[in-house]
Design a protein around this ligand. Structure first.
Ligand SMILES: C[S@@+](CC[C@H](N)C(=O)[O-])C[C@H]1O[C@@H](n2cnc3c(N)ncnc32)[C@H](O)[C@@H]1O
Length: 214
């Protein structure tokens, strides 16, 4: 199947889809070409229109503003950087336009609980991940806030442990590229953010096989 992966990031969707032999192309405004598992196109999805036909569209539009909108207005970070709901809605709604442009039969949009207030009730959710569309999908709940016992201490999970829980390759988030195109080692904070944004490839593989191919 031909799959378009919108707001693809590092490619959690793509990894699972590629594992089952699907032809995946990812689109993102940031250049993830170094790590993305399929064909990658750097594009601003609000203006880009040059899409081929796709059988399936998967999309993870940014969720930060919808997340912030769920916090009480007294929360300091929300007061300093208030949510931009119109912008978040525009990015989310753009997926529906691209579904129409590509005549995709199936689509899945992944986001957070706070998006429901603006984008309508999700079709389903697993933990903190909510899904809109005409077939279901899943993610794991992994974040830097999870603690583990280590001898007598409690510590956060390392980025490597989080990658393994997500079913990703070891050190998949370790390197990125800067504006000059140079390979750089990413900070732990950046890695936790990328991991927290991601989806579990193995679960995508199962869902795609069961829900679409059978
Ligand atoms: C929630 S993350 C996607 C994470 C991805 N599913 C993964 O597995 O790593 C949202 C992505 O939207 C991208 N993005 C934000 N605005 C965009 C725009 N106008 N056009 C294209 N991509 C955009 C960001 O760069 C970010 O990678």
């Amino acid at each position: 199947m031909k799959v378009i992966d919108l707001y693809c990031g590092l490619g959690g969707w793509a990894r699972g889809l590629k594992d089952t032999g699907h032809d995946v192309t990812g689109y993102d405004i940031i250049d993830f070409s170094e790590s993305y598992p399929g064909k990658f196109i750097k594009a601003d999805l609000l203006t880009y229109n040059d899409f081929p036909h796709a059988d399936v569209i998967v999309a993870s539009p940014p969720c930060t503003d919808f997340s912030k909108a769920s916090f009480p207005p007294t929360w300091t970070a929300v007061k300093l950087y208030p949510p931009n709901i119109p912008s978040a809605m525009e990015l989310f709604n753009r997926v529906y336009e691209i579904v129409a442009l590509t005549s995709a039969k199936y689509y899945i949009i992944e986001n957070v609980v706070g998006a429901q207030k603006y984008m309508g009730k999700a079709r389903m959710h697993i933990g903190s991940r909510y899904f809109w569309g005409n077939f279901p999908a899943f993610t794991n709940r992994v974040s830097s806030r999870n603690g583990v016992f280590d001898g007598m201490d409690i510590r956060y999970l390392t980025p490597l442990e989080c990658e393994r829980l997500m079913g990703w390759e070891d050190n998949w988030t370790k390197y990125g590229i800067n504006e000059k195109g140079e390979t750089i080692e990413l900070s732990d904070n950046c890695r936790y953010n990328l991991i927290g944004n991601g989806v579990v490839p193995q679960v995508v593989r199962e869902i795609i096989s069961k829900e679409v191919m059978e």
